[in-house]
Ligand binder design. Structure first.
Ligand code: NCD
Length: 317
């Protein structure tokens, strides 16, 4: 039996469908908090959240920091470029050092799959996976579910097309798990070289034609071509990629009315999605970022607000 709430958030599987629903329900409350003149509650006063980011990040890191502060937690920042990592300190020793200062949660991003799982074995703190290599990015999937639920009413029954560099995308892996757990029908669209090797074992459809699936979907979820994770030439050229796999203005015009255009950011405008398409009202990129703060508040609340006797602290005034 899985414990709920879990101690760590390493994978979407730590939550399951009921856990995802619970995060969304809590995020509704924290969205309301975020709209107040003083968008802050005392819920996690006295708790400390440490940020351990070994990889570049703009939105995920700022979003976790803002979420922790809005819950009145203290935040310990960590910048790899100015830390003892540059003197050769291992991840294990770095986690042990941070843990010795007694944080309640450590938010970990690393270029290698599995590092947050390992970190969880080396600390008493709750560990939150903020992206590990090609593996998972659970809070991104949660904020994406929350955005679809907010815009379309529910994730269940929605037809979601995930488009682009799926092979190297932790966002796609966590997204597929979360969307299918909630009852969406997911279709992956990508060149064969950018599909994951084990895609047959995923509960998804796969199509090699964006044009065939466009007119029959509720969401197109675009992904960045993650060149920094590619060790070989998987595409002839970005221009040819855009011609065949890009969400161009012409293709976007064939989407059903009301279909959403989503993307986790950062976007390479004009490569995976045309700039004009990103500026339309059905593109949800900024909403995804905004919802990310409330969703991460919900995650921090779930993991940290249970007292030792198992009772949850109040949600805050
Ligand atoms: C993604 C990531 O880092 O996994 N961005 C994000 O967290 N919003 C996607 C990407 O880098 O393309």
């Amino acid at each position: 039996m899985t414990l709920f709430p879990p101690k760590h958030l390493l994978s979407i599987n730590d939550l399951g469908a009921e856990g995802i629903d619970e995060v969304c329900r809590l995020a509704d409350h924290f969205t309301e908090v975020s709209q107040r003149p003083i968008p802050k509650v005392p819920t996690l006063r006295g708790k400390t959240v440490a940020m351990l980011f070994y990889e570049d990040s703009t939105r995920t890191r700022l979003s976790f920091e803002m979420a922790a502060r809005r819950l009145s937690a203290d935040v310990m920042g960590f910048s790899v470029s100015s830390s003892s990592v540059n003197k050769g300190e291992s991840v294990r020793d770095t986690v042990a050092t941070i843990s010795a200062m007694g944080p309640d949660a450590i938010v970990v991003r690393h270029r290698s799959a599995g590092v947050p799982q390992q970190a969880a074995a080396w600390t008493h703190a709750s560990v939150i996976n903020a992206g590990d290599g090609w593996h998972e990015h659970p809070t991104q999937a949660l904020l994406d579910c929350y955005t679809i639920r907010d815009r379309l009413g529910s994730v269940s029954g929605r037809r979601i097309v995930i488009l682009g560099d799926i092979k190297h995308s932790r966002v796609a892996r966590s997204g597929v798990m979360a969307f299918t757990a909630l009852g969406a029908k997911v279709t992956l669209v990508a060149p064969a070289t950018l599909l994951p090797p084990a895609v047959d074992s995923w509960s998804v459809d796969v199509s090699s034609s964006l044009d065939e699936v466009l007119s029959d979907c509720d969401v197109v979820y675009g992904l960045r071509v993650q060149s920094e994770r590619q060790s070989e030439a998987l595409l002839p050229s970005l221009r040819e990629y855009t011609a065949q796999w890009g969400l161009t203005v012409d293709r976007a015009a064939r989407l059903p009315a009301g279909a959403l255009v989503m993307h986790p950011g950062p976007v390479n405008r004009g490569v995976e999605i045309a700039p004009e398409v990103l500026d339309r009202p059905n593109a949800t990129l900024n909403e995804q970022v905004r919802h990310g703060v409330a969703v991460r508040m919900a995650v921090l609340y779930l993991l940290l607000a249970a007292d030792p006797d198992g009772q949850s602290r109040g949600i805050g005034v």
